[in-house]
Structures are given as structure tokens and as C-alpha cells.
Design a protein around this ligand. Structure first.
Ligand code: SIN
Length: 517
């Protein structure tokens, strides 16, 4: 029986905790209330092949096309092949997928060749999955620590995980652990506009980085094309476009047909940039999503949460087009792992959005993220108590030798450096800088400016940090790492668009690795 500590309570953390608890002593730590995560807010659904006119080969092909040449094929195959089994697993956990006459209802989303998106409560898929798994975890033999932040992965002299330092209202403690599974999601809070909740400060990726794990694909951050253009943002699911809603400019003209043959259902990066261009052409005003042709009754049934949120802010999607804008949504990059979620630090796993095994490449296919979370959690369970293979190395990096390996200087050196001109990191300033200079379109001048600014900022000294200060230190580390990777990729590919290098270079279809010096 191993001592397993799981960090995070989205789908990946909850599935890992409940399944590991059958054989191991499991502690699950989570920063907020159990279940508060990106998963909870997912709308569109989970992609899996469940109909006879669809095939795994087509799901694989769609994922590879969206990934813009950077996907690692074995990871894509594993993801899509496990789709039907993972779906059944969720059904066993009590997730009640929407059905029509007993048959699973399947929605269409951008860049999918078939309607294969399963959903719960119309557009409340994440909440449906999260609620069922939270109940399952509460009933399992899992010690749950809420409102607790992981602050450091502890390693023994051989570099093997032996504990996790945590911070809560009781202060700092170390939990002994044979295995730490990071399942703490992404870092939407790096950007001024995001569809992610406040907890997404990239803590897991930063923890792994501090433990000297390799990170990959950090320059690929996905911006969802359609967040409601109101303060605080709110995701308007791709499924709304999948059902037939169209994007129009302020003259009432559809513009995506000029940009891509798939128009509103083109890959996400293409639609997001198409919207950004149109917004620039109309002085920064948001574009409009016109769903009026779908009718109020259909919209209320299919998208009850979106309709309710729109009503709350004085909008009615059935009566009038609603203003939308891109917003930061999902990090394709993260802690480099093998197909079992193993990182380059023995005893440290990364599953779900925090990890990166190459399945999403440069741009994740819609609704592949919930799927990837459960598949990666299930694979990690298979090897959880096994020693790291002798001479462990990541097969992806053998198949796709890194384009560059960047060694980042530690920010702790900056903590001690009290030169004039340095100041403590401010979250809103950081988010604004990242949105303006490291967002949907980047160039050398903007990235260099961002790098310069970020190098002037330092975190609050460790001994006097609050919860939010720890998060800000993590955001600063990750912002610096993302900028370094974005500067090094001298091409445009998927979600990484360089105004000064708009072409895709076939020789660059390889990951960039970032690690702590
Ligand atoms: C959406 O509902 O549009 C989001 C789905 C996803 O990010 O995969």
C-alpha cells in the first residue's frame, strides 16, 4: 500500500483519488471547496466515439489536424481509443449523460468530423461530472483537505518524491508521500480575460518546475473564441456554434466564411484569430454571436445554463445576437509526461491539464480535455506503485527531439535582489501584460518587452507569503517560462501565432522543453 497524495479536485484528481483509494492510502488536497476546478465549468462536453457511423480512426485524424503537426501520435491514439471505455467509467460513477429516446445525445463542435460530444444537463456537463465524482470521492476512503495549497514537492537525496509541503489556515506542514499526483489544472489566471475560475493559477506546473521536472509546449495556450463580452467573462460553448449559431460583425455580416472553409466550425485558433481581426477592424468592439435562428424553446432546453447567465446580465440569446470575444481557456503545454502520466521526477505524476504527453499538440480539439483527464488518470493508476523504469526517459522526446531546451534562472534569486526598479508582482498587471503581449498574436518586440518587465518583478519573500502571494509567485514563474518558449518558436503553429513569423516551418514540428536551471 503506497501513500498517495493527489493535488486538485477536477475530473483528473477525483478519478485518481477514488480509484487509487481501492489499494492505497490516499490524501486529496484542494485549494478551495472539493470540486472547484475548470472541470466544474465545462459546458460543451466530452468527446468519444459512441455511434456506428463514427470511428476511432476519424477521432484520431480530427485530433491530429487540430494539433497542427505537433501531436505525438501514440498519445493521440491512446486518448481516442480509450474514449468509449472512459465514458462507460463515468456512467458507472453515476454521470447521467443526456439521452434522446434512450440513445446518448451527441453534439457537434468545431473541427470534429462527426457529432460525438456527449453532454449532461444540456450545457452543464462539467458540473454533472464533477458532482457525481465528488459524491463518489466523499463515500470512498480518501482523506480530503480543502482550502489547502501545495507549496513544494519534497524529494529525498536520490531525487525521489517523499512528501508534499502544504499551506492552509493551520500554517505549513509536510505530508509524507511515496507518490504525488498533480491534477491541479491549468493557468487561465495568467491572462486578463479567461473562461477559467479563480483557482487556475498553475500551481501544479510551477511545483513540478521547482522540483526540476521538464515542461513542454508552454508556448501553446488556447484562447476560446467565444466568451461573453461582459466583465468577468463567461464561456459561450462551441456547441452553440455546433448547433448552427453564426458569428457576425457590427454591420451584421458573417465574416468567418472569408477566413476558413469551415467558417464558424474551423479549429479554435483560427476562429479566435478571425474574431480578433474583425474586432480590430471595428475599433475593438466585440463581434456578435447570432443564435436567434435556433429559437427560444430549443435554446432553453439545449443551453439552460448559458441562457440563464445571459438573462442575469440582461441579454437574451434567443431574441438578439450577443457580444463575444476570445478569452484564455486551456493550456496545451505543461509538465512533460509519458503515456502513464509519469514525469521526469521519480514519484511525481501529472494528469489532466497540468500534464503534457503530446496528445493536444499545438491546439486541442474541442471537448478532448475532459476525455484526456480521465484517460490520463486511469493510465497513472495502472503504474502508481511501480518504481520508475531504470534510465527513465520520455519516448515523445526521442521521437520528436526538442527544438530547444531552455534553462530558466530561478526567481528566488530575484527575491533577494533588491535593486532599484524591481517591484513585487501585481496579479492584474501581470494578467494585462500577458494578454497584451503574449496573447493571440505575438511578435519579437512584444515578447521581449514582456520578458524585460517580468524580469523586473519579484515575488513576496517566501517566509511572509499569503495564499495569494504563493499563487502570484507561481504565475510569475509560469509567465516567464511561457514567454521564453514563445520567443524561441520562430514560426506560427496552432495556438502560437507570431506576427513576425506567420508561416509554419515543417522542421519545427517538435516540442520546446523548459526546465529550471
Ligand atoms: C466549449 O464548450 O466550447 C468548451 C469545450 C472545450 O473547451 O473543449
Amino acid at each position: 500500500m503506497a501513500k498517495v497524495v493527489v493535488v486538485g479536485s477536477g475530473i483528473a484528481g477525483l478519478v485518481t483519488a477514488v480509484r487509487a483509494s481501492a489499494e492505497h492510502e490516499v490524501t486529496l488536497i484542494t485549494k478551495d471547496v472539493l470540486g472547484e476546478s475548470n472541470t466544474h465549468y465545462a459546458q460543451g462536453g466530452i468527446a468519444a466515439v459512441t455511434s456506428t457511423d463514427d470511428t476511432i480512426a476519424e477521432h484520431i485524424a480530427d485530433t491530429l489536424v487540430a494539433g497542427a503537426g505537433l501531436c505525438w501520435q501514440p498519445a493521440v491514439e491512446m486518448l481516442c481509443e480509450h474514449g468509449p471505455e472512459s465514458l462507460n467509467e463515468l456512467i458507472q460513477f453515476g454521470v447521467d449523460f443526456d439521452r434522446k429516446q434512450g440513445e446518448l445525445s451527441r453534439g457537434l463542435e468545431a473541427a470534429h468530423s462527426h457529432a460525438r460530444i456527449l453532454h449532461v444537463g444540456g450545457d452543464a456537463t462539467g458540473a454533472g461530472i464533477s458532482n457525481a465524482l465528488v459524491q463518489t470521492v466523499k463515500a470512498a476512503n480518501v482523506r480530503i483537505l480543502e482550502y489547502t495549497l501545495a507549496t513544494e514537492v519534497m524529494l529525498d537525496d536520490a531525487g525521489q518524491v517523499n512528501g508534499l509541503e502544504i499551506y492552509s489556515s493551520d500554517g505549513m506542514h509536510v505530508i509524507p508521500a511515496d507518490v504525488v499526483v498533480l491534477a491541479s489544472g491549468g493557468a487561465g489566471q495568467l491572462f486578463r480575460h479567461t473562461t477559467n475560475p479563480a483557482v487556475t493559477t498553475g500551481d501544479g506546473i510551477a511545483l513540478a518546475y521547482r522540483a526540476k521536472a521538464l515542461l513542454t509546449d508552454l508556448e501553446f495556450y488556447q484562447f476560446h473564441p467565444t466568451a461573453l463580452a461582459v466583465p468577468g467573462s463567461f464561456l459561450i460553448s462551441e456547441a452553440v456554434r455546433g448547433e448552427g449559431a453564426v458569428l457576425i460583425n457590427n454591420k451584421g455580416e458573417r465574416f468567418m466564411q472569408r477566413v476558413h472553409p469551415l467558417a464558424e466550425l474551423a479549429p479554435r485558433d483560427v476562429v479566435a484569430r478571425g474574431i480578433q481581426q474583425e474586432m480590430m477592424a471595428q475599433g475593438g468592439d466585440p463581434v456578435l454571436l447570432d443564435a436567434t435562428a435556433l429559437g427560444e424553446e430549443f435554446l432553453n432546453n439545449r443551453f439552460p445554463s448559458i441562457m440563464a447567465y445571459c438573462r442575469k446580465v440582461g441579454l437574451n440569446m434567443a431574441a438578439k445576437p450577443i457580444p463575444v470575444t476570445p478569452a484564455a481557456h486551456y493550456w496545451m503545454g505543461g509538465v512533460a509526461t509519458d503515456l502513464f502520466g509519469r514525469t521526469t521526477v521519480p514519484g511525481l505524476f501529472a494528469v489532466g491539464e497540468v500534464g503534457c504527453n503530446g496528445a493536444h499538440g499545438a491546439n486541442r480539439l474541442a471537448s478532448n480535455s475532459l476525455l484526456e483527464s480521465i484517460v490520463s488518470a486511469d493510465r497513472a493508476i495502472e503504474v502508481l506503485d511501480q518504481p520508475w523504469p531504470e534510465g527513465f526517459a520520455l519516448d515523445r522526446l526521442k521521437d520528436q527531439p526538442p527544438l530547444a531546451t531552455i534553462e530558466m534562472p530561478s526567481i528566488s534569486r530575484m527575491e533577494e535582489d533588491l535593486q532599484p526598479g524591481k517591484h513585487v508582482v501585481d496579479r492584474v498587471e501581470l494578467q494585462t501584460l500577458m494578454w497584451d503581449l503574449v496573447g493571440l498574436a505575438r511578435d519579437h518586440a512584444g515578447l521581449t518587452k514582456a520578458q524585460h518587465e517580468l524580469n523586473l518583478w519579484r515575488p513576496v519573500a517566501r517566509a511572509s507569503r499569503t495564499f495569494a502571494d504563493f499563487e502570484d509567485a507561481n504565475l510569475l514563474r509560469l509567465a516567464r517560462a511561457m514567454v521564453a518558449a514563445a520567443l524561441a518558436r520562430l514560426e506560427s503553429r496552432g495556438a502560437h501565432f507570431r506576427l513576425d513569423h506567420p508561416e509554419t516551418n515543417p522542421d519545427f514540428a517538435r516540442p520546446i522543453v523548459v526546465k529550471k536551471a
